[in-house]
Design a protein around this ligand. Sequence first.
Ligand code: SF4
Length: 382
Amino acid sequence: MPTWSHSRISTYENCPLKFYYTYVEKPDVEEVLGDNIALVLGKSCHEALEWLYKELSFGREPSLDDAIDYYTQSWGKMWTPDVIIPRFDEKTWKKLGIRYLGDFYNRHSPFIEDRTVALERMVRLKIGKYSLIGYIDRVAEASPGHYKIIDYKTTKRLQGQDWFDSDRQLALYEIGLRQMFRDVEEVDLVWHMLHFNKEIVSRRTPGQLEQLKSDTIELISTIEAAEEYPAKVCGLCPWCSFQEICPKKKHERATTRMTVREFRRDEGVRVANKFVQTKLKLDEWGIKNADARKDVLAYSKQHDTSKVIGSKAAVAVSTMKRVSFDPKVEKLLKKEGLWEKYSKLDSAALVRELEGLDPKIRGKLVKLEETKESKAVRVVKK
Ligand code: SF4
């Protein structure tokens, strides 16, 4: 049984396909993209702050310049030419980290508000039959029994207090901390939002922690039972290392690296353009775009891609599934005393409620189930 973590769970929530590529079957691809620059920024800031608090715990008090120097060295070691920079340039991103450190240092110097108990502390926790693991950036004690679980975030988006009050990551760490230390009475969950020079604090009640345990068990069982891992386009796509092979992103990714000549000659671009151009005209006359549609579907199938980029727009191909039942189901439902309820054989209702039926009946119904797939081809924004 694998060891779970907050990031493993949230990868699935954000995009099941990325979860599949990361944890189930690591794809054998020629080019998996390098780290993204946000990761380099985050790691360099984390390393500099870890170093700062390590020095402080030995009674030394490094200056801000020392901390920035450490940050710059970390950055240099982490930097490789294949780092993905979706916007701006390396210099701009690196300067951001220097600002974060300056703000943090000036806000907390002389660093006497609490006592550091651990840095980059690994927590293991047991929830039901599952083991989880996580790393806390800094554990501090404000007074005996009053702990702080501290996380540094370099994200450029500041969520509202509700988001922090329902965050799973630090609350899971609290469960781990309470399992690890006997003297824990109060716990503050603290986020240093470095981009905003803000400190956000949240607390959990024992009831909330119990609820989190059962929600987490349910979520992990759902992930374990998953048989399909659909791609889910989300805000994290530009940073995803699997764009090269993802059906929703691979053509887009390939076209960004083409020369104008290559782009014009690309088969995908050609079929997408044909579809977009003929669709506009044929729509006016109410005629289906059958020929261009066939080309797009063939290209999508051959290249395992669901978004084909054209010059002015893209074409998205999606698969729709419709489940229906064989007429024999009527006899079965009558025998099981369910005919009254479904006498009009509302397949959609039966599919919806299938999970809640007696497993024996469900098993028989499933054998009569038929899934029909149809393809939808739409013009979408690039
Ligand atoms: S590019 Fe986006 S949709 Fe594709 S696997 Fe990555 S996160 Fe998922």
